[in-house]
Ligand binder design. Structure first.
Ligand SMILES: C[S@@+](CC[C@H](N)C(=O)[O-])C[C@H]1O[C@@H](n2cnc3c(N)ncnc32)[C@H](O)[C@@H]1O
Length: 221
């Protein structure tokens, strides 16, 4: 007999798994699916960043851990020798990220820590590059959370905030309803730029991908 989860559609799995704080077996399944479904927007956004050999990188809201691997591949392609950390407030996300990146963690080139963005367990200026993909929607007190992100980026380092939807007049009704229902932070490009510049980044730029609702906001510390 099929289990209840096997007859649920993907939308129901996402609702039950809770993308803002994944839990349980639905959470695990959702994260594994997101590792695949977020590949295109993540790769587009990571292509905007100049990675360097030896970069220390952090992915906030690392979820299923695939972004950590994509960052490590990019550092490897320019000479390697870097380190990629992941942080997430969900125990299920931390466990899924650790499983996804088991070999690199064993080799000492990655680590995953369970914590919220509001209080990152890293010293000031620890990272050359910090990313967050499809996670900012859920962050508490965005100005304060972004000040905490800016604290851990070294001067001259970069932060990349990636989302597959930003606020614009022509969003589908279903997307608008989800933004309202789940109280997601979805801003206009100018609002993202002001928020980052007000949080301690010297300069921010919003990149939009034509033909999509994707945004990547890059802040330079
Ligand atoms: C929609 S999932 C995206 C996961 C992954 N970045 C990806 O692109 O597939 C959002 C992730 O952000 C994490 N998250 C949400 N709020 C957070 C917070 N305050 N601090 C740390 N992580 C958070 C969630 O636990 C979840 O793993």
């Amino acid at each position: 007999m099929e289990g209840a989860d096997e007859v649920m559609d993907e939308r129901a799995v996402t609702r039950e798994g809770d993308p803002g704080n994944p839990h349980g077996t639905f959470g695990e399944r959702m994260l594994e699916r997101m590792n695949r479904s977020h590949a295109d927007v993540t790769n587009w956004a990571l292509d905007l960043v100049d990675f360097h050999a030896g970069d220390r990188a952090l992915d906030i809201g690392c979820g299923g851990g695939a972004t950590m691997g994509r960052i490590a591949d990019r550092i490897e392609a320019v000479g390697g020798g870097g380190h990629v950390s992941g942080v997430d407030h969900s125990e299920v996300s931390c466990a899924t990220s650790r499983r996804q990146n088991e070999a690199a963690i064993r080799a000492g080139s990655m680590d995953v820590t369970c914590a919220s963005v509001e209080s990152l367990p890293f010293p000031d200026a620890s990272f050359d590059v910090v990313t967050t993909v499809e996670s900012f929607y859920f962050w508490p007190d965005p100005p304060r959370s972004l000040r905490e992100v800016a604290r851990v980026v070294r001067p001259g380092g970069r932060f990349l905030l990636v989302a597959d939807v930003y606020r614009r007049p022509d969003l589908d009704d279903e997307v608008r309803e989800n933004i309202e229902r789940y109280d997601l932070t979805v801003l206009t490009p100018d609002e993202y730029v002001s928020l980052l510049e007000g949080a301690g980044f010297s300069h921010a730029t919003a990149h939009l991908r034509e033909g999509t609702t994707w945004i990547a906001v890059e802040g330079v510390r």
